[in-house]
Write a protein that binds this ligand. Structure first.
Ligand SMILES: Cc1cc2nc3c(=O)[nH]c(=O)nc-3n(C[C@H](O)[C@H](O)[C@H](O)COP(=O)(O)OP(=O)(O)OC[C@H]3O[C@@H](n4cnc5c(N)ncnc54)[C@H](O)[C@@H]3O)c2cc1C
Length: 464
């Protein structure tokens, strides 16, 4: 590998090829600490030409390439697996923020810009970013495109896929594809943003993206509402969607998740939740104060017996405090898991909202059978639950029971985190053999040497 490393150093400079194990370590272990492997080197290119040259070099040497942004992915797709020699291609030096085009409501940014960096840049120009989630300070635009990330604002603006109006990416062969023109209308063959959103680093490396911006709303109000059952949460969602045009987020938190985050934060619970119930965190944002809209809708929900308890926040400090009860659940899970020395089993599933209660019951039954603790929360409007099983005895059996039922309910085994390496054994539940074969053929056509993230999205390791 000596000559190979020399070649990489000649491309990106010696300081940007990390071969020292201590320097590589944080890039080789994932956020959950469940997935890890060894790389030949962590390579940090700064230009598209450098990415192209690195990929050509890897294809010649038969070395796999794991593109990496903030390494906050939760399915093991952003770290090396170790079955084949690989490099980690860190994209963090792609940190350029282009000028905001206020008229087009677009901006071009580097793939290594964080989600918070994109948001803050937009806000400085009086606009906002349409995607937000708790890993915002580390997760990057490139990683969010590659995973088609979701988050809390999907019900209003859609997932990351809907925000990418142009992309520049490098194929495994070193060819550069895409366009950053940001034209809202163009029909000219393959639409690279659509193809690459959700491709998890298997089809190309994203270097820059042209992203949609949305209005910055000056008035925001947040409510935490306890309801008697998951079905009641879905009924409340119906009222909110119909009557509250400023609805920005509707997140669901099951009682054990609230208890865990309450303990983690060392604060009192904002609401009292019945054991069989759950909480809905509602965010409304508008150019005029949406408080009246939301309180009237909650009043109507109350008349139908849907509301058990409510906490309300209108000023920024109170809101930030309330949002923490949802935002910091993943962190609370990680803290407990580290303490018991066993990474949680994380399932990120979605079903039609009408089947959410059934999904919740299935997950509780799987946890009870295994003797593990279920911490569930997620994005109500998309029927998307993050099911975390703490101290799971038999993760594969839990996953098979839950994911099998999810598929029967017409849902998906991966709502927003991706398939990575974690979910490949269950991909057949939602994608037929012909479908998987077509995806493999597409992948082989774009990446003949099979170097881009082998093992992700398909169990076969193709790097030669
Ligand atoms: C506390 C916490 C909360 C989270 N909440 C959410 C949430 O609400 N919604 C959600 O969707 N996700 C959430 N996530 C998951 C994670 O943050 C997202 O998947 C995010 O998009 C990953 O971005 P990243 O830059 O960290 O990517 P990484 O973890 O570095 O990589 C993820 C995948 O993208 C590929 N990739 C990275 N950069 C590129 C690139 N430039 N070109 C091609 N492929 C690339 C990698 O190979 C890998 O397959 C959360 C994670 C944490 C830790």
């Amino acid at each position: 590998m000596g000559e190979f490393v020399d070649e990489l150093q000649a491309i990106v400079g010696g300081d940007h090829v990390l071969t020292d194990p201590d320097m590589r370590r944080s890039h080789e272990v994932d956020w959950t600490r469940r997935y890890e492997g060894t790389s030949v080197a962590v390579v940090r290119p700064a230009t598209t030409d450098e990415v192209a040259a690195v990929l050509r070099c890897c294809a010649r040497a038969g070395v796999a390439v794991v593109a990496q942004g903030g390494n906050t992915g939760l399915v093991g797709g952003g770290v090396p697996r170790g079955a084949v020699p690989s490099i980690v291609l860190s994209m963090l030096r792609f940190s350029t923020l282009g000028p905001v085009d206020a008229e087009a409501m677009q901006v071009t940014v580097g793939a290594g810009v964080t989600m918070a960096g994109w948001r803050d840049h937009a806000r400085a120009a009086g606009l906002d970013a349409p995607v937000d989630f708790a890993a915002r300070d580390s997760a990057t635009v490139g990683g969010a495109i590659a995973t088609n990330a979701g988050g809390s604002r999907v019900l209003r603006f859609g997932t990351m896929r809907s925000q990418v109006v142009g992309v520049e990416a490098v194929l495994a062969t070193g060819g550069v594809v895409g366009s950053l023109a940001g034209l809202p209308k163009e029909t000219a063959g393959v639409h690279w943003p659509s193809l690459l959103a959700g491709s998890e680093g298997t089809l190309a490396v994203v270097t820059r993206a042209r992203l949609r911006l949305v209005p910055r709303f000056d008035h925001t109000v947040t409510a935490f509402v306890a309801v008697g059952s998951v079905d009641d949460a879905v009924a409340l969602l119906g009222i909110l969607r119909r009557d509250v045009p400023s609805l920005d987020a509707a997140e669901v938190v099951l009682p054990a998740a609230l208890e865990l985050v309450v303990e983690h934060l060392g604060r009192a619970a904002p609401v009292t939740t019945p054991a069989d119930g759950c909480c809905v965190m509602i965010d409304c944002a508008d150019s005029a104060d949406p408080t009246e809209q939301l309180t009237s809708a909650l009043h109507r929900a109350g008349e139908r017996g849907l509301v058990v308890d409510t906490a309300f926040a209108t000023d920024a400090t109170q809101r930030a405090g309330l949002l923490e009860f949802r935002d910091r659940i993943t962190e609370a899970i990680a803290t407990v898991s580290t303490a018991v020395g066993s990474p949680p089993l994380k399932l990120d599933v979605a079903v039609p909202v009408s089947a959410l209660a059934e999904l919740t019951a299935t997950a509780h039954a799987a946890a009870a059978d295994d003797g593990s603790q279920l911490i569930g929360f997620g994005h109500l409007a998309e029927g998307n639950l993050h099911l975390n099983f703490l101290d799971a005895g038999d993760p594969a059996t839990i996953a098979s029971a839950v994911l099998g039922r999810v598929a029967e309910l017409g849902g998906t085994i991966s709502a927003e985190h991706g398939i990575g390496v974690a979910k490949t054994p269950w991909l057949h539940l939602i994608r037929a053999a012909e479908d998987r074969a077509a995806q493999q053929a597409l992948r082989a056509a774009l990446d003949p040497a099979g170097i881009l993230n082998p093992g992700v999205l398909a169990p076969e390791l193709r790097a030669t």
